[in-house]
Design a protein around this ligand. Structure first.
Ligand SMILES: Cc1ncc(C[n+]2csc(CCOP(=O)(O)OP(=O)(O)O)c2C)c(N)n1
Ligand SMILES: [Mg+2]
Length: 334
């Protein structure tokens, strides 16, 4: 099949000024949304588990920038950023966090259990690594139905030593399934540093035994992520089989809202924020290259703030689920 012009441009990793501005907008939406979710959690308006993605925004925004509409996404419990980057409505995501009827799972799922078939977002999985074989199955479905789609299966450095990951790699390589495995290496799995859990630090080489190519990527640089994503997606889409991208990234917050993060120093976090923040870095680039000025950036900031305010208002005013909902969409006998 001939490559379309847009795909050829994507494969070359070219980014336009408009795209750079869109990256800024998309990353800022995730950052502000997550900050607000953290506040609502602190106020007791969000219950249960809540894992924030703050710091890692460039990964999912860069990946989605290279993706096609038919591509699917699956990830772990650190999932709000993926939902927003897939185009899910911030109102529905926030209302699910607050357990309201207007949420994506009618307020009955919460942070880790949201899905959108329309946006091809398949969760939200609380069991570490569980999404890897499911994502591989989604890759099989793309191939079987010949929809020219690719699944992007995201997982953490803490999942990468599981057996099911390698069973998935084997099957995906054997059947040349269109799957891009995105390892979000944020250096920690709860309180365990990757240096203490993973033999050999090159996680992108973990597919070598199966002939799966891999790349290590600066996951704090949205443009580099997009370039790598274009390479990996083109490989999978053209029938060459799976690809592994190891995104070197960092989460600023604790593992979940209840983590005091005593396993790392405040200086380590501060250094990352000051020197590698994906949003600040892009902001500096936009200004240096005169893609936009301070006033333009302020307008975007305001626009995003408004979107998050509307979502927050909705998440607090949407009614709670009706008690009759206790018996619907659940897998127990009433
Ligand atoms: C099978 C399983 N084992 C243990 C846990 C508890 N647990 C939840 S998150 C987590 C750490 C995973 O870290 P990583 O894969 O690096 O993802 P990150 O939280 O850094 O995004 C663990 C051990 C779980 N949810 N599922
Ligand atoms: Mg991790």
């Amino acid at each position: 099949m001939a490559k379309s012009a847009s795909r050829a441009t994507r494969a070359a990793g070219h980014v336009t000024s408009d795209e750079l501005i869109q990256f800024y907008r998309d990353m800022l939406l995730i950052r502000r949304f997550e900050e607000k979710a953290g506040q609502l959690y602190g106020m007791g308006l969000i219950g249960g588990f809540c894992h924030l993605y703050i710091g890692q925004e460039a990964v999912v925004v860069g990946m989605q920038a290279a993706a096609e509409p038919q591509d699917s996404v699956i990830t772990s419990y650190r999932d709000h950023g993926h939902m927003l980057a897939c185009g899910m409505d911030p109102k529905g995501v926030m209302a699910e966090l607050t357990g309201r009827r207007g949420g994506y799972s009618k307020g009955k799922g919460g942070s880790m259990h949201m899905f959108s078939r329309e946006k091809k977002f398949y969760g939200g999985h609380g069991i570490v690594g569980a999404q890897v074989p499911i994502g591989t199955g989604l890759g099989f479905a793309h191939k079987y139905s010949e929809d020219n789609g690719v699944n992007m299966a995201y997982f953490g450095d803490g999942a990468v030593n599981q057996g099911q990951v390698y069973e998935s790699f084997n099957m995906a390589a054997l059947w040349k399934l269109p799957v891009v495995y995105v390892i979000e290496n944020n250096k920690y799995a709860m309180g365990t540093a990757v240096s203490r859990s993973a033999a050999g630090q090159k996680l992108f080489e973990r597919g070598a035994a199966y002939g799966i190519p891999g790349l290590q990527v600066d996951g704090m640089d949205v443009v580099k992520v997009k370039e790598a994503a274009a390479t990996a997606l083109a490989h999978a889409r053209t029938g060459e089989g799976p690809y592994i991208l190891e995104m070197m990234t960092y989460r600023y917050r604790g593992h979940s809202m209840s983590d005091p993060a005593k396993y790392r120093t405040k200086e380590e976090v501060a250094k990352m924020r000051q020197e590698h923040d994906p949003i600040d870095r892009l902001r500096e680039r936009l200004l240096a290259e005169k893609v936009i000025d301070e006033v333009g950036l302020k307008n975007i900031d305001r626009e995003i703030k408004d979107v998050v305010s509307v979502a927050t208002e909705f998440a607090q005013t949407s009614p709670e689920p009706d008690p009759s909902e206790l018996w619907t969409d659940v897998l127990v006998e009433a």
